[in-house]
Design a protein around this ligand. Structure first.
Ligand code: GAP
Length: 435
């Protein structure tokens, strides 16, 4: 399993999924850059989330709130006081660790000495900066550690403009920042990452039923996009694990090479956030139900997922090595919806006679699907390259194409090939891809 981790890190760099940030300066450990292939896949993960959470639902609307927010927001949310992890220093080697993540609370995993830790102290994970040009007069501001608060502070704006009524949700995808004590496991835990969060506002007496509903919905989303059932589980939090705002939380966990770990938390946040922001801001954050003549603060069910972490799980889950014609090949068996390129157009040779038709085919398919075009190297090697980045279908233009106006379509998983006329190609690909 540890090998799988190394393979994914290597593949990510080799094929342009993920690069270490500031690579040429020796790397910046806690941040990563998404390369030409990775940016496509990460976007697909976010688009699939948005499609299922917003596009296909009439009860959820979207939002894109600012990343910077003033201290008042974080005071009300409880982040200034409670968004902390317990930090210990090793007196022997100086390493810093998160106490709650240590396998043995007495032993330093860096130098293996026992009994060398300082007293644990609460370390606040928020990144603080200053707004305005003059340091002395500048106001403190914080980079958001979750996208959720931007949704709560916009509750009244969205309620009045969207004309929704509970149960309804507000969804947001975007960057969040946490000054993690121990970032690590590649893009699993970083200081800058992307979240996909939805706050679902419900009448208080419906909170339990909607909590169950969202736990099931979210598990289905991962399974539908191809995560193997035995690699995924829903784990309810024990009482002592619950966040300061939550009365019930379940984590969607994936079996990573280092063990089960969190992809998403689904939390029953009660009315904590709206009540806090109402008290601190003086705004009325309630819903008035005209049918019953009742005024109430909605309760909130929150499915909160990490986009970057989820992409890593999809990469690991789809990774396979099999044998084609007696030769090993690496293949990402990604669902076509997540695959960076859906189609690759490959002229059999770089002979001038083939290239215009190959370009014509690329121009035919690229308006419909994200497509690659590659005329370098032998065709076998180009198939392997496409297999490695999970391209479901390769379209090869060969010398017969000039006679019969047909191309060969090769399937990534079976490597079987079909001959298809260019006239029918668009319909054929749509049938194969399913969109
Ligand atoms: N609004 C609730 C909230 O933020 P969370 O469990 O702290 O809950 C939600 O975060 C998701 O965000 C996590 O399940 C994880 O997928 C992702 N996430 C959190 N911290 C992360 C980090 N340092 N690096 C990458 N992803 C992270």
């Amino acid at each position: 399993m540890a090998e799988l981790f190394d393979e994914i890190v290597n593949l990510s760099k080799r094929r342009g999924f993920v690069f270490q940030s500031a690579d040429i300066y020796g790397g910046f450990r806690s941040a990563y850059d998404y390369g030409p292939i990775g940016v496509l896949m990460l976007r697909n993960v976010k688009d699939q989330w948005w499609r299922s959470m917003v596009q296909l639902r009439s009860d959820v609307v979207g939002l894109d709130a600012s990343i910077l927010a003033p201290p008042a927001v974080w005071e009300a949310s409880g982040h200034l006081a409670s968004f902390t992890d317990p930090l210990v220093d090793c007196r022997e080697c100086g390493a810093r660790h998160r106490l709650d993540k240590l396998e043995d609370a007495e032993q330093c995993p860096t130098c293996n000495k026992r009994g060398t830790f300082t007293e644990a102290r609460d370390f606040n994970l928020m990144f603080k900066t200053q707004a305005g040009p003059v340091a002395e007069t500048a106001a403190d501001v914080y980079l958001r550690p979750e996208t959720a608060q931007g949704i709560f502070v916009n509750f009244a704006n969205v309620l009045t403009t969207s004309r929704k009524k509970p149960p309804f949700g507000i969804a947001q995808v975007g960057k969040s920042f946490r000054n993690e004590i121990t970032p690590g496991n590649f893009v699993f835990r970083t200081r800058e990452f992307e979240q996909m969060e939805m706050e679902y506002f419900v009448p208080p007496d419906q909170a339990d039923q909607w909590y169950e509903y969202w736990c099931n919905e979210r598990m289905d989303w991962y399974r539908d996009l191809g995560i193997a059932a035995d690699q995924l589980r829903l784990r309810p939090h024990a009482d002592d694990e619950l966040s300061h705002y939550s009365s019930a939380t379940s984590d969607v966990e994936y079996l990573f090479p280092w063990g089960w770990d969190e992809l998403e938390g689904i939390a029953n946040r009660g009315d904590f956030d709206l009540r806090q922001h109402a008290e601190h801001s003086g705004a009325k954050l309630e819903y008035f139900d005209q049918a019953t003549n009742e005024r109430y603060i909605p309760h909130v069910i929150e499915p909160a997922a990490g986009a970057t972490r989820t992409m890593l799980a999809f990469l690991m889950d789809s990774y396979a090595v099999d044998s084609v014609n007696g030769e090993d090949r690496t293949v990402l068996r990604l669902d076509p919806r997540l695959a960076p390129h859906k189609v690759a157009v490959l002229p059999l040779s770089r002979k001038d006679t083939l290239l215009p038709t190959a370009r014509e085919v690329f121009d035919l398919v690229s308006p419909h699907w994200m497509s690659d075009y590659d005329e370098t190297q032998a065709i076998g090697r180009r198939y392997r390259r496409q297999d490695e980045i999970g391209t479901p279908l390769c379209v090869t233009v060969d010398f017969d194409t000039l006679e019969d106006r047909a191309v060969t379509v090769r399937d990534r998983d079976t490597t079987e090939q079909d001959r298809v006329s260019i006239d029918r190609l668009e319909d054929y690909l749509r049938g194969r891809l399913g969109f």
